[in-house]
Design a protein around this ligand. Structure first.
Ligand SMILES: [Zn+2]
Length: 394
C-alpha cells in the first residue's frame, strides 16, 4: 500500500536523521500509514483503506538503517499480536518472530525495538508473516503442483486454483483461503495440506489459495471491506469475480452429484487477542446452520483434536468451536462456508480460524508448525471421510 501520511512539522524537523522515503510500504503486500520517522523512531498505524472497521495488518520496510537501533510504535487497538510482530532482513524471504516479551503496550499503541544488522540493506517489519502469490507459486513449483486459471480479478490479475488427488475419489475436499486478504497464517496450513494430498486415499482436493488476490497483493486488510468483503459476498449477486466463480464451481460439483466437504481457512482478528487466554489464541472451527451437517463437522473437530494431541504439535481446541449463532449471522450477508452448506451434496461445511499466536505461548507458531498442522488435517480428513461415510449422512 502506498499511502504515506507525514506529520509535516515533525518530519521537517527530523528528516535529516532518517528520511521518510526510507520508511515505506510501497511494495507488494505493503501496508502502513507512516505517521513519523526520525532518528530511529518510527510511528506507524495499520492502513484500513476501503474498510468499514480498523484492521491490524501492517507491513513496511526501512532502508539505510544498518546497525541502527529502531524504535517502532504501532498505533491502533491490538495492532500487534499477542505473540509480537515479525522482522525480515532479506526483503521478506525469511521472517523472525520478536515474541510477546518484545512488546510494550500503552493504551491503544504498542512499541518494540530492533537493532538492524550491520550488513542489512533493508529491514521489514510486519504484524504477520506476509504470504503473497509469489509465495504460493514458489511452493506449487517446488512440489510440481500445476496452477490452473480460476478467474480474472477486478484489478486484472490472474487468480489461480489447484486440483490434486485421484479423480475417482469418493469425496472432493474444497479448501479456500484468504477470503480475508491479511489472514496469512492460514496459507501455511494450506501448504501443509496440499503437500500431503499425494498420500490421500479417499479425497480429491480443489483449493483456492488466494480468494481475494487483489487484496493480498495490494496489502489490504480485506476483512470488512466496503460495501462487503469477499467472505460476505455470497448473498444475492456476487460483486467479485472470485466469489461468483467459486459459486459456479461448487454448483457444478453439486449438480454432478459429487460428495464434497468444504473448509474455509481464516485467521482471527488481533482485536480478540488482547489477552493470551482469549479464543483467538487457539485454532477452532466455526460451524454452519444445518444440524446434521454441523454434527458431522463437530465429530471431525473432535477426531482432529485427538489426533493432534497424540502428535504433540499444534492442536485445534474443540472447546473454542463456534456453533451457528442465528442472532449474529442472520444480520450479516451470508459467508462462503454457510452458502456452501446449503448445497445438497456438501456433506459438511465449516470455517476454521488459525492464528499465529499460541495459547499461553510467548512465541508465535512457525510456518513449519502450521504446515505440519495442515498435513495432519489432510490425513485426518482423508481417514474421516473413509470411514463409512455414506452411513454418516443418510
Ligand atoms: Zn477471516
Amino acid at each position: 500500500m502506498k499511502k504515506i501520511f507525514a506529520f509535516s512539522a515533525f518530519l521537517s524537523l527530523c528528516a535529516a536523521h532518517l528520511p521518510a522515503a526510507d520508511v515505506s510500504a510501497d511494495f507488494a503486500g505493503g501496508n502502513a500509514v507512516i505517521a513519523a520517522s526520525a532518528d530511529g523512531k518510527i510511528s506507524i498505524a495499520p492502513d484500513s483503506f476501503g474498510c468499514s472497521r480498523d484492521g491490524s495488518y501492517w507491513n513496511f520496510r526501512v532502508r539505510k538503517a544498518s546497525g541502527k537501533l529502531l524504535e517502532i510504535s504501532v498505533s491502533g487497538k491490538n495492532a500487534v499480536d499477542a505473540c509480537g510482530a515479525f522482522v525480515s532482513e532479506d526483503s521478506g524471504k525469511n521472517w523472525t518472530p520478536l515474541g510477546a516479551r518484545s512488546v510494550r503496550r500503552c493504551g491503544d499503541s504498542a512499541k518494540f525495538a530492533y537493532r538492524v544488522s550491520e550488513d542489512a540493506a533493508e529491514v521489514r517489519f510486519a504484524s504477520v508473516i506476509p504470504y503473497l502469490y509469489s509465495d504460493f507459486k514458489r511452493f506449487a513449483q517446488s512440489r510440481g503442483i500445476a496452477i490452473r486459471h480460476f478467474c480474472k480479478t477486478e484489478r486484472g490479475r490472474e487468480n489461480v486454483f489447484v486440483e490434486l488427488g485421484n479423480e475417482n475419489s469418493a469425496v472432493t475436499a474444497v479448501l479456500t483461503c484468504r477470503h480475508h486478504a491479511c489472514e496469512s497464517a492460514a496459507s501455511f496450513v494450506l501448504e501443509g495440506f496440499l503437500s500431503a494430498v499425494k498420500y490421500a486415499k479417499n479425497i480429491r482436493v480443489t483449493a483456492f489459495p488466494l480468494v481475494d488476490l487483489d487484496g493480498v497483493e495490494e496489502g489490504g486488510q480485506g476483512k470488512f471491506r466496503k460495501p462487503r468483503d469477499h467472505n460476505q459476498d455470497y448473498y444475492g449477486t456476487s460483486r467479485y469475480a472470485a466469489t461468483a466463480t467459486l459459486k459456479r464451481i461448487l454448483d457444478k460439483l453439486n449438480a454432478d452429484g459429487k460428495k464434497t466437504v468444504v473448509l474455509d481457512l481464516h485467521s482471527p482478528l488481533f482485536s480478540e487477542m488482547s489477552s493470551i487466554s482469549t479464543r483467538a489464541n487457539g485454532i477452532y472451527f466455526v460451524f454452519g446452520k444445518n444440524g446434521k451437517k454441523r454434527n458431522l463437522a463437530k465429530g471431525f473437530s473432535l477426531k482432529l483434536a485427538e489426533r493432534y494431541n497424540e502428535s504433540g504439535g499444534l492442536a485445534n481446541n474443540p472447546e473454542l468451536d463456534v456453533d451457528f449463532d442465528p442472532f449474529l449471522h442472520d444480520r450479516r450477508p451470508i459467508t462462503f462456508a454457510k452458502w456452501a452448506e446449503r448445497l445438497e451434496n456438501v456433506m459438511w461445511s465449516a470455517a476454521m480460524e488459525i492464528p499465529f499466536a499460541v495459547p499461553s505461548g510467548e512465541m508465535p507458531s512457525t510456518p513449519d508448525q502450521l504446515r505440519n498442522f495442515g498435513k495432519i488435517l489432510l490425513e485426518e480428513l482423508d481417514a474421516h471421510v473413509g470411514i463409512d461415510w455414506e452411513h454418516q449422512v443418510e
